[in-house]
Design a protein around this ligand. Structure first.
Ligand SMILES: Nc1ncnc2c1ncn2[C@@H]1O[C@H](COP(=O)(O)OP(=O)(O)OP(=O)(O)O)[C@@H](O)[C@H]1O
Ligand SMILES: [Mg+2]
Length: 161
């Protein structure tokens, strides 16, 4: 049995994550006259979620023929998922990653169930961290936070030609 230093069963999380990954949903809906593509995934709030999120971004953008956006979207999504995982201190919670594309914009939305809201930090070099949201901000046309239920969604809008 594989166990991490933190004592949780890595193999169980791996299989749980795989199962959830396979349950990914993809929809293509018509709203007004515009075609909106939507794809989302629910992942356990554990560190491996970042890896599965990256795979999800690659697979989705491949399907949508938007491979030119893969690097930027992976970077933004991975920062937001890592933040959501770190914030999800309650055991057994999930993070949700949703991608949707409409009229030249690609939206990345990452939801978690924690009340505390993100804060854009101004870290010094000695801090060693605190830059993730600045990276998200600089990659995004717009970004923001909205409260949803007992948690929130952090979102980023990226442009594509
Ligand atoms: N989903 C979230 N829920 C609650 N707090 C958050 C969330 N995301 C970010 N935060 C808060 O906002 C702060 C800034 O986030 P940011 O990503 O910029 O830095 P970091 O995660 O601390 O460090 P780094 O991203 O450089 O590893 C975090 O330290 C955390 O306190
Ligand atoms: Mg961060």
């Amino acid at each position: 049995m594989l166990r991490s230093k933190a004592g949780y069963d890595k193999r169980r999380h791996y299989f749980t994550t795989r199962l959830v990954y396979q349950a990914t949903s993809t929809r293509c809906v018509m709203a007004s006259s515009a075609k909106i593509q939507v794809s989302w995934i629910v992942l356990p709030a554990v560190p491996s979620a970042v890896w599965f999120c990256r795979r999800f971004v690659i697979d989705t953008l491949h399907r949508w023929d938007m491979l030119g956006l893969v690097d930027a979207v992976q970077l933004v999504a991975a920062e937001l998922v890592l933040n959501a995982v770190r914030a999800s201190t309650a055991a057994g919670t999930d993070v949700t990653v949703c991608l949707w594309a409409e009229r030249g914009s690609l939206f990345v939305e990452v939801g978690d169930y924690m009340e505390e809201l993100p804060t854009l930090r101004r870290p010094t070099p000695e801090d060693g961290r605190g830059l993730g949201l600045s990276v998200v901000s600089s990659m995004s046309k717009r970004w923001g936070i909205r409260q949803e239920g007992s948690g929130k969604v952090v979102w980023s809008e990226l442009s594509y030609a």
